[in-house]
Design a protein around this ligand. Structure first.
Ligand code: TYM
Length: 331
């Protein structure tokens, strides 16, 4: 059977990269695919400590805010099994099993590891940073998911995951795991930083002005758009090679308004017009999300969703884990 699975780190409030790379495509799938298809979305709080521990209350709050944000963006907990990763301990056991099929050198070659390890002194790199992709693979394989919708930056992890599913099946002469397929939409699969357009928009680097978060106020959105990097060429043109920053703002405008860049008539726009039009469009798009997010505060709904869905996810995981344990000789 087809099973969709994706994960998102509880970084608090998601930014427009998460929104266009993952959340919007997810809600579109959720609202269009056959109702019998299982759709699972995990708030991956265990991944959130891969760079080292966080204060407990901060992690708890981040998980809560991310879950509320997802619901505010249109993830429907009646249709999507929205759950917290750490509520399903089976995933960690499967991650350990997958570690027996992986080499440290292959993990150490992954670009995200190489980039993130630079934040630490040699000898101070947390183990979790290296084994991060095993946990991600375990997320997907625990539920025997077949299709994984993600933004472009996750391709490296998806390739590794496919290799692990294949290696497991081959080693144990079984077909337990489907080889999961990455699903990345063609447009807006990589949203860039407002300050450094060579880089992706990200929570973990670049500073608050490099990203717009989905609950930002109108005035914050205007300020961030005004201060976004551009150039002094005056009129707007779409030219990724020579005017990456301006083209990036046009791409974002295109994502927010759901139009192709080729359909936007920007011939009379100055770069300031572009920034103001972008701010206006972002604010219009985010206003109802902001409102829904506010409504969800202090209702208990988020906790209820996590508790109920955690149980459902555990049930599926336990059943699959039993089969895996038999296969490898634990049971
Ligand atoms: P995370 O939490 O960094 O991002 C969540 C989702 O948002 C997408 N995304 C972006 N898309 C376009 N442009 C950007 N600037 C941008 N920034 C983030 C990501 O591609 C992702 O789809 N390792 C994963 C979480 C994870 C996971 C999983 C994903 C854990 N287990 C199992 C899929 C399946 C991560 O850190 O995503």
């Amino acid at each position: 059977p087809t099973i969709y699975f994706t994960g998102i780190q509880p970084t608090g409030i998601p930014h427009l990269g998460n929104f266009f790379g993952s959340i919007e495509p997810w809600t579109e799938l959720q609202n269009s695919v056959d109702k019998n298809i299982l759709m699972m979305l995990s708030v991956v709080d265990q991944h959130a400590i891969s760079l080292g521990p966080l204060p407990a209350n901060e992690l708890r709050q981040n998980t809560h805010q991310m879950t509320a944000s997802l619901i505010a963006c249109g993830v429907d907990p009646n249709r999507t099994l929205l759950f917290r990763q750490s509520d399903v301990p089976q995933i960690a056991q499967i991650s350990w099993i997958l570690g027996s099929l992986q080499t440290t050198s292959k993990l150490a070659r992954l670009p995200q590891y190489k980039e993130k390890k630079e934040r630490f002194k040699k000898g101070d790199i947390p183990v979790g940073l290296l084994t991060y992709p095993l946990l991600q693979a375990a997320d997907v394989l625990t539920f025997k998911a077949t299709t994984v919708p993600v933004g472009e930056d996750q391709s490296q992890h998806l390739n590794l995951l496919g290799g692990l599913a294949y290696a497991f099946n081959k080693t144990y002469e079984t077909e337990i795991f489907p080889i999961p397929k990455q699903l990345t939409r063609e447009s807006h699969a990589r949203i860039r930083s407002l300050r450094e357009p060579e880089k992706k928009m990200s929570k973990s680097s670049g500073g608050p002005r490099s990203r717009i978060e989905i609950t930002d106020s109108r005035s914050t959105i205007i300020e961030k758009c005004q201060k976004a990097q551009s150039d002094n060429a005056g009129k707007v043109t779409y030219d990724k090679e020579n005017r990456l920053a301006v083209s990036n703002l046009l791409d974002l405008y295109s994502a927010v308004t759901k139009t192709q860049t080729s359909e936007i008539d920007f011939s009379n726009w100055t770069t300031l017009d572009l920034k103001m039009n972008l701010a206006e469009a972002v604010d219009k798009r985010l206003a109802p999300i902001r409102q829904k997010f506010e409504e969800l505060q202090n209702t208990g709904e988020v906790d209820k969703v996590l508790t109920e869905n955690g149980e459902k996810a555990r049930e599926i995981a336990e059943k699959n884990l039993e089969e895996i344990r038999r296969t490898i000789g634990f049971l």
